[in-house]
Ligand binder design. Structure first.
Ligand code: AMP
Length: 210
């Protein structure tokens, strides 16, 4: 389907926002992991929210969730849909004006974020979610699927930011790291609670120790 606004308000509260690669050229093991995640979410009756693409890990995620009878909602900026990058069989598609609106809507309509290995687009979306959580604007779980240790350098950089006191040690609780897609749902469920009070320690004070 390809109508604007359809599907967004139609399903219940259990929506999982997935960030993943658009690349069709990466090792297919990454596409298979995206498909595993799509199947796992669909079997758990969780709605997948994602960028709406038909290729790479994005396409594999959506295809697998749909094949399992799951609901899949795409949120895509108009210019991408005009380039015909859109998956044609989604349960719902929301066409928005630009990338900023897309990210805002993705976070506003999701109950959890999952990041699979990907490129700059995946990093940007992941860090938008982490930054919003740090400011108490996004309170839901953020799970990184560290397949093949892909996110190790990213996690090292976050650790360094904490060690050098650009961030607070409490910020480590904002994300959970798992090795495989099968572990995602349990990680979401056991994620530590987060609250708007996070704004109180978003900026590291001169006195606290990392
Ligand atoms: P990357 O991890 O760099 O491949 O970026 C993934 C992000 O790229 C997506 O979330 C989108 O913002 C964007 N993107 C690239 N290709 C597509 C596509 N065919 N459909 C939708 N989004 C795409």
């Amino acid at each position: 389907m390809g109508e604007e606004n359809s599907g967004i308000e139609a399903k219940g509260p259990h929506r999982v926002l997935v960030f993943c690669a658009s690349s069709a050229g990466c090792d297919p093991v990454y596409h298979e992991a995206a498909a595993q995640l799509g199947r796992a979410l669909a079997r758990a009756s969780l709605t997948v929210v994602y960028g709406g693409g038909a290729v790479g890990s994005m396409g594999a995620l959506a295809d697998a969730a749909l094949a399992e009878g799951g609901q899949v909602i795409g949120i895509q900026p108009r210019f991408m849909s005009e380039l015909e990058w859109t998956h044609s069989r989604l349960s719902g598609l929301h066409i928005v004006d630009d990338m900023q609106e897309r990210k805002r809507m993705m976070l506003a309509t999701s109950d959890a974020v999952v990041a699979l290995p990907g490129g700059s687009g995946t990093f940007e979306e992941l860090f938008e979610a982490i930054t919003a959580k740090r400011l108490g604007l996004y309170l839901n779980p953020i799970v990184l699927v560290n397949q093949r240790g892909f996110f190790d350098p990213c996690l090292e950089l976050l650790d360094r930011a904490i060690h050098e006191r650009f961030m607070d040690a409490r910020h480590r609780e904002m994300w959970q790291v798992v090795e495989s897609p099968e572990q995602v749902i349990a990680a979401m469920q056991s994620s530590p609670a987060w609250s708007r009070e996070a704004l109180g320690f978003a900026a590291v004070s001169g006195r606290s120790k990392a």
